[in-house]
Design a protein around this ligand. Structure first.
Ligand SMILES: [Zn+2]
Length: 438
């Protein structure tokens, strides 16, 4: 395995350091390092972060390989600086058995671009009626610890209580897609001024907040661990802040798009802005940024939701919900959080690597950049300015809301256990990765 010497990288935004990588781990950190035969990489002006960890990725395989595969999705992840992603369970078939989660886990191993940690469904077929084989999925080769019916809400309080109780046995967590179904029947966008003016059916904030309020109470009642997916309203933030103040074991994530975009964009009727939960108001965006900065929201999670053109290039009402996000997440976070002075790179490492890895109980990711730790690393050029060109994406789908937008920052290199998955901003040849990782 190649020994690599990264020169003059700004460690989590701090002073320039040399980082020596050998045998998949960080060997040495210092200045003026040398190592015989090492491949050197000049990282002057680049920020070195721990490999990013996504808690919320839709890889679409099995079943919707026309939108994404584990292979294309993990290439996109690597290009975005990720070394581990959690693959959501709403595939066809649903990842509700040990067999399906093991299949996804094996596809991830074969891809080699980043580690794929499958998420198991909470209920059979995501139908919300009967608990899936949570224990069997945990005991499988995939070692599932995060369970979610994402795309759908576990709306039955008794089922939610049982799921929370069940996963306690192995320190699992239920990741809830908080959407009260009756309050959102036929909903097309955020309920507010814009929905009233343009005449689309509204999706009230209370539909999200009511479920979060119920679930933090349930989690506290049974003494279990709850994770709230894609928080999108200021009111949700207040409930999570309250639950955390109580000392309850509640964590939450926010997507990059909810940190930047508002429902004003829906006036265009362009389905690229149709997403679940919907884009909210500027006041919500500002509350979410503040909550991410102060740690009330633990993590940025992409909710990368690829769709083929035919599911998006249509009338608003029938268009699929979701946006791709893996390859733009870090840029959006730099733009909304770092360049605004709300968060430094240490904060980015915490919210995009340390904390998501801890929530998912991943042991080999989200580790400090120090000697002896796995060399899961990303080099970012924060001075880069460029226009988002979806045609250059590694993901199979093109449904990005950022087309043509100027965003800062570029991932220059990603390393998975010392093996480069991205160099010079582009994914490296799969055979190199496959051979080295094996
Ligand atoms: Zn969701």
């Amino acid at each position: 395995m190649t020994t690599r010497l990264i020169r003059n990288a700004s460690l989590l935004g701090g002073d320039p350091q040399d980082v020596l990588i050998a045998d998949g781990v960080v060997r040495e950190i210092g200045t003026g390092l040398s190592a015989e035969g090492a491949v050197e990489l000049d990282a002057t002006g680049l920020v070195l972060l721990p490999g990013l960890v996504d808690l919320h990725t839709h890889l679409r395989e099995p079943g919707r390989e026309d939108a994404e595969t584990v292979h294309t999705g993990t290439r996109a992840a690597a290009r975005g600086g990720y070394t581990a992603v959690h693959a959501m369970a709403n595939t066809f078939p649903v990842a509700d058995t040990a067999g399906v989660v093991e299949q996804v886990w094996r596809l991830g191993r074969a891809s080699g671009y980043c580690d794929v940690q499958p998420v198991g469904a909470v209920t059979i077929g995501l139908e919300g009626k009967k608990l899936a084989e949570l224990g069997a999925m945990h005991d499988s080769a995939a070692g599932v610890r995060v369970f979610s019916d994402d795309g759908k809400c576990v709306d039955d309080a008794v089922i939610m209580r049982r799921a929370l109780e069940y996963v306690k046995a192995f320190d699992g967590v239920i990741a809830q897609h908080a959407q009260e179904p009756r309050l959102t029947e036929g909903a097309q966008m955020n309920e507010g001024t814009v929905s009233g003016e343009i005449g689309l059916a509204g999706w009230p904030a209370v539909a999200e907040e009511a479920i979060i309020a119920r679930d933090v109470l349930l989690a506290a009642h049974v003494g279990s661990r709850l994770h709230v997916c894609h928080v999108s309203t200021a009111g949700s933030v207040e409930i999570i802040r309250w639950a955390k103040a109580k000392g309850w074991d509640v964590t939450a994530e926010v997507t990059p798009h909810h940190l930047l975009l508002t429902d004003e964009l829906v006036r265009s009727y362009d389905p690229v802005y149709k997403v679940n939960p919907p884009l909210r108001t500027e006041a919500d965006v500002m509350a979410l940024r503040e909550a991410l900065a102060d740690g009330t929201i633990d993590a940025v999670a992409t909710d990368h939701a690829p769709h083929p053109a035919e599911d998006k290039d249509c009338e608003w009402a029938v268009a699929a919900m979701g946006m791709v996000g893996l390859e733009t997440a870090l840029s959006v976070v730099q733009h909304t959080m770092v360049d605004t002075g709300l968060m430094d790179w240490q904060g980015v490492a915490d919210r995009m690597s340390f904390r998501p890895a801890r929530i998912g109980r991943l042991t080999g990711h989200g580790r400090p950049v120090s000697p002896g730790e796995p060399a899961n690393l990303v080099l970012v050029d924060p001075a880069y300015r460029g226009t988002v060109i979806p045609e250059s994406f590694a993901t199979r789908s093109r449904n990005t809301p950022y087309r043509g937008l100027d965003l800062p920052g570029q991932v220059r290199a990603t390393f998975l256990r010392g093996v480069p998955t991205v160099l010079d901003g582009e994914p490296v040849a799969p055979e190199t990765v496959a051979g080295a990782v094996a």
